[in-house]
Every structure is written in C-alpha cells, then in structure tokens.
Design a protein around this ligand. Structure first.
Ligand SMILES: Cc1cc2nc3c(=O)[nH]c(=O)nc-3n(C[C@H](O)[C@H](O)[C@H](O)COP(=O)(O)OP(=O)(O)OC[C@H]3O[C@@H](n4cnc5c(N)ncnc54)[C@H](O)[C@@H]3O)c2cc1C
Length: 421
C-alpha cells in the first residue's frame, strides 16, 4: 500500500476543502498540503451549482445581516464573517482574474455565467502553489496515532496517508459523519433543506409559471408535536412561483430552510395559509372589493380588478368559489365578497411532500457547533483536527450563502494553520 506523508491532509476536494488547501499553501509555502477526494473529479458540486453558473456569494456586506440568512449557524458565523466575508471573497476572486457580477436579487455570479470559471481559478491556484490533489481516494478509516511526528493516519482503498494535522471538509457525507462520531464528536441528525412544496390543488392547477409576491404561514395541530414557538417562525414572504408540482420561489425556499427540522418531523405534510396580496388583510381586501362594487358596478368581475393578483389566478379563485366571472360587480353579494377576501388573504393549502430545488440544495445537520472553536474552526476535542464547510451543522437559505459559509470557514482555518503548524 502506498503511503503519503503530509503536514496537513484535507478530506474532501469540494468547495471548502479546496479553498482551505489553496489558501493555506498561499499563506505559508513551507506547509505541505494534500487534498484527498473520493470522486474522479474535484469541485463537482461547484460545477453543478447555481444551475451551472455558480452563485458564488451574495452582495450582502453587513456581517450581522448576512448571518440572518443562516437558520443553523447564525450566531456562530457572526464572528467569522467579521474576519472574512462576501466582500473578501469578491476581492479574492477578482484579484485572481475572475470577473463577477451582482444580479438584481443580490446573487453574485462569474461574468462568464459558467461555474467552470471558478473551478479553473481554483485548480490553477492549486497547481501554482504545489498543493497535492489526490482523486479517487475515499477515506474509510481515520486513526489517531501516538507518534511524535504524525497525529493521523487515513486509510482508503489502496492508500495510506499520514498527517500532522487533519481538516475534514467532506460536505454532507453520512459515512464521514459516522467516522467523525468515532472521534468523539456529536452529529446533529441530517435532514434535507432548501426544497419546494408539493401541492395538488385546483386553485393552482394549470397556473405553472406564474410568479408573484405573496406571504405564507404554516399551521398545524398541537398533537403533531410542533410547539407554538416553532409555529411562529414558520412564516415567510417574498417572490413565490407556481410550478407544475406546487410552489417554489424564494418565499418557499426560505421557509423550507428555516423549518427544515420541523417539516421533517411532519413528514413534509402540513397545511399553510397563503396571502396572495401580502400588503393587505381580509378586512382591507373586503373594503377594496366593496369600493369596486360601488365605483364600477357595470363591469365584469373578470379581468382582475386588483393589482398584484395575476389574471389567471384571479379567474381560478373565482372558479374555486363558484363565482361567475361574467357577473357585474353590482351583482356580487356581501357573502361572496367575504369569501373572496378570505380566499385572497388566507386560503388554506395542503402540502403533501417536497421536491428538490435543482439550482441548490443542502443538508441541515452535521458536526455539533458547540464542539467547534469559531475563531479557527478547530475541534474542541482534538487540537489538530478542523472542520470546514457543510460537514458542520451550518446551512443557509438559497442565494450564495451556503458557499460563503464554506469560503469563510476554510479561509479562517487556513489562516490559523498557516501560523500554527
Ligand atoms: C445542485 C446544487 C446546487 C448548489 N448551488 C449552490 C449555489 O449556487 N450557491 C451556493 O452558495 N450553494 C450552492 N449549493 C450548496 C453548496 O454546493 C454547498 O454548500 C457546498 O458545496 C459545500 O461545500 P463543501 O466543500 O463543504 O462540500 P462539498 O462541496 O459537497 O464537498 C465535499 C467533498 O468531499 C468529498 N468526500 C466526501 N467523503 C469523502 C471521503 N470519505 N473521502 C474523500 N473525499 C470525500 C466529496 O466527494 C466532495 O467532493 C448547491 C448544492 C447543490 C446540491
């Protein structure tokens, strides 16, 4: 069996592992860095990220506001973001010739609109800095050594690596989490995050492609084990997209991240209310409709009289309530106005499962954050062990925030090690 000896071994050639490796070699060229990747290729998630465009970070430059995008890790990442955050990543890439652009919603992409630009940049940095990248090497065993020179022995199929310091950057790998448990670390049970909601309902059937601003609020019965406190946090608003399967868009994805654990407990089956006119409530919509009855008695209910509700959705809501769309406003009854107002502001929908959001998905769960020093991303159990990226119980809403956690943790770990090893 071939044995490789190195100062720092990194398990995982993904976003966090690669970024840690190249920064460490850049800070201190005397340190021998080896990245071990089980796949044939490194950076495979970067490749498919952001629909192939790689949403590399987000144009949010205040650390406190930035941290509010992390349902898990909000408190812990605040300090690290003060050291290295979005603007620093922007500068890091631009200094290496990668031009970036900020889209209207704040997401940052390479100008090339191709994730390959990021991969090429990282790979050429690894070459320039002489980082040893070994692919097709999945680590199956981590052994603590009692030798003076090396502290870790890593075993994979046909390979043995001895290292003084170990960085684990294996992303959401159940196998690696089991190995990490044998090192005495607690793993918070992994559950999916960032998903869309499956809903079969006549009101949104055939409306795929409609996008609008809405507010949603989840509710369920107490006997399903969800506390009032949890319920309170399960609200969201913003752009919502009707799909062939149900609902998606930032409003839903944000909710799926904040409620990831609760939704898992509910087997992704629950009810929610939608307000299609989030700037209104039932009472204000009622007076809006009453005004229409007074001001334009001779016009038909259809097309839609209120700004904010697309025509096709308005027609669908009228159908659902069996209100004739060719009726004049003068003929609409009080009870119909009441029904419409309730339907617009608090229609109840049943969510029956989830689908993967193809542009980005992550796992909520991983190494317990209580066991990590957030100045360095060092394990509190072993002083020559570090965790960076998604292997930790840190995840964010969609928009480039997940990569930012990988960049920040990797950079700070590398900075510390460059001075300590
Ligand atoms: C489809 C998709 C699109 C996404 N798009 C975006 C986006 O646009 N913006 C954003 O911010 N986030 C995005 N994300 C999330 C983002 O990709 C992750 O948060 C990020 O990749 C985490 O980086 P990581 O290095 O911790 O893990 P990973 O990138 O998953 O890397 C871990 C690496 O470790 C390797 N590994 C695992 N176990 C072993 C082992 N035993 N031995 C050796 N190697 C091992 C894996 O093969 C992998 O290469 C997306 C995710 C998905 C799935």
């Amino acid at each position: 069996m071939k044995t490789t000896e190195t100062d720092v071994a990194i398990i995982g050639g993904g976003a966090a592992g690669f970024f840690a490796g190249i920064n460490l070699a850049n800070f201190n060229s005397a340190i021998k860095v080896t990245i071990l990747e089980k796949g044939k290729q490194v950076l495979s998630k970067v490749k498919i990220s952001g629909g192939g465009r790689c949403n590399v970070t987000h144009a949010e430059f205040d650390p406190k506001t930035l941290s509010t995008n992390y349902p898990r890790g909000q408190k812990e990442m605040l300090g690290p973001f003060h050291q290295f955050m979005t603007g620093d990543m922007f500068a890091w890439l631009e200094e290496r010739g990668v031009e970036l652009k900020i889209e209207e919603d704040g997401r940052v992409f390479p100008v090339s609109d191709s994730s390959q630009t990021i991969i090429d940049c990282f790979k050429s940095e690894a070459d320039r800095l002489d980082v040893n990248v070994i692919t097709n090497t999945g680590i199956d065993e981590i052994i603590r050594l009692n030798e003076s020179e090396f502290s870790w022995e890593l075993l994979g199929k046909g390979s043995r690596v001895k290292a003084k310091t170990l960085i684990i950057a294996s992303g959401s790998s159940p196998k690696m989490w089991r190995l990490v448990q044998t090192l005495g670390h607690k793993i918070i049970e992994p559950v999916p995050s960032l998903f869309t909601f499956n809903i079969k309902d006549d009101r949104i059937k055939d409306l795929a492609g409609i996008s609008l601003n809405a507010a949603v609020e989840v509710f369920t019965t107490k006997d399903r084990g969800v506390s009032k406190q949890q319920m309170k946090s399960l609200q969201s608003s913003g752009p919502l997209l009707i799909t062939h399967w149900g609902l998606s868009g930032p409003c839903i994805l944000k909710l799926s991240a904040w409620g990831a654990r609760t939704f898992y407990g509910l087997n992704h089956q629950f009810q929610m209310r939608i307000n299609w006119l989030p700037q209104h409530n039932v009472e204000s919509v009622k007076s809006l409709l009453e005004d229409l009855k007074d001001s334009q008695p001779k016009t038909f209910l259809y097309p839609n009289p209120t700004e904010g509700i697309p025509k096709r959705l308005w027609q669908s809501l009228l159908n659902y309530l069996s209100i004739d769309r060719e009726m004049n406003w003068s003929n609409i009854s009080k009870s119909q106005i009441q029904l419409l107002s309730e339907e617009i502001c608090s229609g109840v929908f049943h969510v029956n499962g989830k689908s993967t959001f193809k542009d980005e998905f992550v796992t909520a769960g991983g190494v317990d954050l209580k066991e990590i020093d957030f100045k360095t991303f060092q394990s509190k159990r072993h002083n020559d062990l570090f965790f960076v990226g998604e292997v930790l119980n840190i995840d964010a809403v969609t928009g480039g925030f997940n990569f930012q956690a990988a960049w920040t943790s990797a950079y700070l770990c590398a900075k510390h090690l460059s001075e300590a090893v």
